[in-house]
Design a protein around this ligand. Sequence first.
Ligand SMILES: [Zn+2]
Length: 264
Amino acid sequence: MTFTSPQGLLPSNVEWTRAQREEIAVETVDAIVLLSGGMDSCVCTAEAHHTHGRGRVGLLHASYRQRAEARERRAFSEIAEFYGVRETLIVKLDYFRAIGGSALTDANIAVPENELGAPGPGGSAIPVTYVPFRNAHFLSVAVSWAEATGAAAIYIGAVAEDSSGYPDCRPEYYQAFQELIRRGTRPETKIEIVTPVIRLKKSEIIRRGVELGAPLQLTWSCYQGEELACGSCDSCVLRLRAFAEAGVRDPIAYRPEARAGAAK
Ligand SMILES: [Zn+2]
């Protein structure tokens, strides 16, 4: 007997038999990965499996009514299925839509096209696609889950330099959050934030993903929530550029005009 994903969207090579699932079922989760469904967090998922082994990794997904919410959740489910992960948690942080202040959560603010790092409100150097203080909310959920389950590591796919320049992706941010965990959890709780790709170039993340056999074909990066990736939002532009630099063909589907534009 085989299991398929709830959506029935998976290619047949990532189905798991009951015996395989029971084999990888264990009592404890050592590491939690914040998996958006994008490339960086997918490679973090591969790193966590490489370090901790199958059955020892829990996957956490946070929806926040972002434009690509449904598509990202599908990517999450497919990657979870690829690794045969049993421990998954999906949380809905709907208040980000009410808070707004970002092109990803406010329908009145357009996602910039072909303009990497378009300025934020009031001409801020931080791009308009930055969601105010979002990663702290994600990390807080992860720390709560880690403390409750006894997991000792939280993986997050923040990228500091070769990315959009969001302030909640900087190494010092994670150092500060690490101290917050130390001060704000039980004395016996030991949780380490792991940022395997924070200092890598995007092209290096792709190469590492290929090396680890990460299912990059299942990832979704586009900020628009459509069937084909747009190829022109910040995230698509960074992704296409990185695949070109890495000399690897991006396995996901784009709008027909996207790849021609990216080649310029
Ligand atoms: Zn896009």
